[in-house]
Ligand binder design. Structure first.
Ligand code: ATP
Length: 876
């Protein structure tokens, strides 16, 4: 190792004004790497240690003290601390101690909650981390972008975001969009075999590629020369801008809601102690403390955090089910999706392709030759990596006795015009005895349009229209069986073509291959589930109309309606298209631009659209859709960047699972918020009523703070884990623009609060008027609250179904929470010192009977309400 460290440390000091002046050999020597094999793993570890991770910003680790300090600065905690301070001045040492123990627990719970959300979000962003293909120890490997080091040989393909500054060593038709770095919007051609003078400006350094820019075409390989902050991007990047993601619509609504509820809560927290002092004759000190604790317990400051927790944990759960949520907004929108627009290959089908048919029979080997040449598959020890379609072609060629590597060596690659789904074809240029052999493959119609001859036997003939028709008929026959059809063509020239148009013209048509790609077995059920959930499904594919139709009917998509092709679509005005999208289920031979138009037309019809995409040109459709879904396995990095969700398994059924999870998440959020706010309403009314009757406040300040702690925990921990109700996927999608706090929600918050309020008020007032004294009456009220709010949580686990139908034990967390409260009650009732600290007295069995019956009655009526609603609904 020692002999390498001198040159290694040198690359750290070099500035990039230097790399373009070196030849490929000199760069390899400088960075001590063999371009053909790449670095060894040991070497990579050593360089990682020296240079650190390839990041623009090093992650800052917060210490536990920083976290605590941050938490203590929160207004609510300051309020608590102030209460503690006042206790210390006015109260006895035991009161002060008690309140500080409680504050300690509250802060602990807050930290735990916030960390939970942050952890889930961090895990998510790690899952969405991009990877890159590198050549290491002679093998192609996919590694996280963060882990590449100077000297790494990276393999480049179109649609890829360049992970670091690098010197090209191979390039085939490479073009890079450097607008993110230089503002230049036209793609820049890049080449490996040049050495540039030192003064060449950045924008003209054609042998270098820069971190953060985008490969729009071609492929190649390059040696990494600078990483992280050392890259050109690292120099200019505005690091401060790497801020928090924007708030989701729901987070924004909740912040607004919270803002005005704060005033409401503050009003009550002033009114109650004021009345308590004036009418109930309680001491001003006691009432000030009560006011502070009431403010702490009733201000719904947790609401925005609650949403973040539910969204973050929901998103995390989605990711474990293969749908990686990149933008939190998507987790929220999923429950409102009304249309899923999906492509075909890989999502509805397995993307395990196999060549089934070759046409014409006498050109089989020629077809496979072109298939082997015009192909981006990476071959290594008999293993192939790349596009499944191309792998299938290579495998068919090898079965036909064609050795891929030997063949590639015999006809070395000179240039390439990579596949894109607008042109629907690709071509490669190879050396052939001093001439240039151009191999082209693509969709049959566009390929035939640029062919002028065809091969028959060993000779070439003029391609007549009749001949074209018969080839297209052969292609249609294959497509009708659901095969993906690829056409092959070639030409030989003495001059290297300068442009793509020049390369892809005047071709000799060779033949066709039909590839089978069976539907995924789970898709059928997923489509049925979609239908039941009121979600419409459309297929938008670049493939042949007949292939699309065949696959659509195989997976059980509605194929009775008209199919629209890309060219049909171009003939429609926007208004006509809007009218058409309501009926059409299958769109074929579409380009990404047309896909975008379909998405927009659907949205203009009021649909909430989730759309899938994989290609480099799919980004506009993905960002325009309400939810953009990119393919994790086969999609380009650009598509993944533009998407809100990345499907790790490319599977359509996963989208449907995601919708279900999205609905569950939203339902649980509603439940948690309903409970949280119902408790606050009950608390406010239960404290207000007595003071209006000139009776003291029913809870002591410490009790109020404890009550807030328990209800907070229930809302943020237990409802989140509630399981799906049986009809979750039988309901229509949530209306996207309906307000979260609609009449039904508000009504249900108040009706849920009534029982708890009534139970507490009745037990408290009976005890008080029975002459039991304040401490005893407050104990009774406190116990009724504890029991009542546990029962309320159980009831609110479903708005419609009875708890008994849900299963009393089906939510483990709510049981743990309830058990903790029972343990707490036993703890405070059985230990006299604790009783004293919390201002609690012993209770008789008569008191307990009163408490239990009031709490049961108060919550029982919610179950009665559910049953009444059920009867009413079934009558309708
Ligand atoms: P799907 O909905 O099935 O995923 P798509 O919308 O991704 O399809 P494209 O990838 O745009 O479809 O493919 C359109 C057509 O281009 C295919 O029908 C095929 O004929 C041709 N094609 C696909 N991949 C290649 C390739 N690697 N090389 C050449 N032609 C290809």
């Amino acid at each position: 190792m020692s002999h390498t460290s001198a040159s290694e440390s040198s690359y750290l000091k070099k500035n990039s004004h230097y790399w373009h002046t070196l030849s490929v050999n000199n760069v390899s020597r400088e960075l001590n790497v063999e371009a053909r094999t790449g670095l060894s793993e040991a070497e990579v570890r050593e360089r990682l240690r020296q240079c650190g991770l390839n990041r623009l910003q090093q992650a800052k680790q917060e210490s536990i003290w920083e976290i605590i300090l941050e938490e203590i600065r929160e207004p609510m905690i300051l309020l608590l601390l102030a209460t503690g301070g006042l206790y210390a001045i006015w109260g006895e040492p035991i009161d002060t101690l008690t309140i500080f123990v409680v504050i300690f627990i509250v802060v602990g719970v807050e930290i735990f909650n916030e960390r939970r959300a942050e952890k889930a979000l961090a895990a998510l962003s790690q899952l969405a981390e991009p990877t890159v293909f590198v050549r290491r120890a002679g093998q192609p490997r996919s590694v996280p972008v963060e882990e590449i080091v100077p000297g790494d040989v990276i393999l480049l393909e179109s649609g890829q975001r360049i992970p670091a500054d690098a010197r090209l060593i191979e390039s085939y038709g490479l073009e890079v969009d450097e607008s993110s770095l230089t503002g230049e919007s036209l793609p820049i051609p890049k080449v490996a075999d040049l050495v540039l003078p030192e003064e060449t400006p950045l924008a003209e350094r054609q042998t270098l590629i820069f971190a953060g820019t985008l490969i729009t075409r071609g492929r190649g390989a390059a040696i990494v020369v600078e990483i992280g902050r050392g890259t050109e991007l690292g120099r200019v990047a505005d690091l401060a801008s790497a801020g928090k993601p924007p708030r989701t619509p729901l987070q924004r609504t909740m912040r607004e809601l919270t803002r005005w509820m704060v005033w409401l809560a503050l009003g009550f927290s002033t009114l109650v102690p004021l009345l308590g002092w004036l009418r109930g004759g309680q001491s001003p000190q006691q009432m000030l403390l009560t006011g502070f604790s009431l403010a702490f317990a009733t201000i719904p400051e947790e609401l925005p955090l609650l949403i973040t927790i539910v969204l973050a944990l929901g998103a995390y759960r989605l990711s474990q089910r293969q749908a990686i949520v990149k933008r939190l907004r998507a987790a929220e929108t999923l429950s409102a999706v009304t249309v899923i627009a999906t492509d075909k290959t890989g999502t509805l089908t397995k993307n395990r392709m196999q060549v089934n048919r070759l046409y014409p029979p006498d050109q089989t080997s020629r077809v496979l030759e072109i298939a082997a040449l015009c192909n981006d598959v990476i071959a290594h020890h008999g293993q192939f990596t790349g596009d499944p379609l191309e792998i299938a072609l290579v495998q068919a060629a090898e079965t036909n006795q064609l050795n891929l590597n030997a063949f590639r060596q015999a006809y070395p690659l000179r240039g390439e015009f990579t596949f894109d789904n607008t042109r629907k074809r690709m071509s490669t240029i190879h050396d052939h005895n001093g001439n240039f052999w151009i191999a082209v493959k693509g969709a049959p119609e566009p390929l035939l349009a640029i062919s002028t001859q065809y091969q028959s036997g060993n000779s070439q003939h003029f391609l007549t229209d009749t001949q074209r028709q018969s080839i297209l008929a052969a292609a249609s026959e294959m497509a009708g069986e659901g095969l993906r059809v690829i056409a092959f063509a070639e030409k030989m020239t003495s001059d290297e073509p300068r442009s793509q148009d020049e390369a892809e013209s005047d071709l000799t048509f060779i033949g066709l291959a039909g590839l089978a790609d069976p539907p995924r077995p789970e898709v059928k059920a997923a489509i049925v589930a979609c239908r039941a959930a009121g979600i419409r499904l459309v297929m938008i594919t670049g493939d042949h109309a007949l292939t699309a139709q065949a696959i659509a009917s195989q997976v059980g998509l509605n194929t009775n309606t008209r199919l629209l092709t890309g060219s049909d679509l171009d003939a429609l005005s926007n208004t006509d298209l809007q009218a058409a999208v309501n009926q059409i289920t299958v769109y074929a031979r579409t380009t990404p631009e047309q896909k975008l138009r379909i998405v927009q037309a659907l949205q203009q019809q009021g649909e909430i659209v989730a759309v899938t995409g994989d290609g480099i040109n799919d980004a506009p459709a993905l960002t325009t859709a309400d939810i953009g879904i990119a393919m994790g396995e086969t999609g380009s990095e650009v598509a993944r960047e533009a998407a809100d969700i990345v499907l790790a398994d490319d599977n359509f059924a996963t989208i449907v699972h995601a919708v279900k999870e999205g609905r569950l998440l939203f339902a649980n959020l509603q439940k948690a918020i309903r409970y949280y706010l119902a408790c606050k309403v009950a608390l406010i009314s239960a404290t207000l009523l007595p003071v209006l009757l000139s009776v003291p406040v029913p809870f002591s300040p410490v009790q109020i703070i404890l009550m807030e702690l328990f209800m907070d925990l229930a809302a943020s921990v237990t409802f989140v884990t509630e399981r799906a109700e049986s009809d979750l996927m039988q309901r229509p999608p949530r209306l996207a623009n309906a307000p979260f706090m609609n009449h039904r929600m508000v009504l249900s918050i108040f009706t849920s609060a009534v029982g708890l309020f009534a139970a507490v008020s009745v037990t408290y007032l009976i005890t008080w008027y029975g002459g039991a004294g304040l401490a005893k009456s407050q104990t009774v009220a406190f116990m009724t609250w504890l029991l009542g709010h546990v029962l309320l949580a159980m009831n609110l686990r479903s708005e419609r179904e009875s708890v008994f139908k849900l299963g009393l034990f089906s939510n483990r967390f709510i049981l743990i929470w309830a058990a903790a409260i029972v343990a707490f009650v036993l703890f405070i009732m059985l230990i006299p010192e604790v009783q004293q600290a919390l201002k609690i007295t012993s209770l008789s069995s008569k008191d307990w009977t009163l408490i239990i019956s009031a709490a049961l009655l108060g919550s029982f009526w919610i179950e009665v309400r559910k049953q009444l609603n059920l009867i009413r609904r079934s009558r309708r």
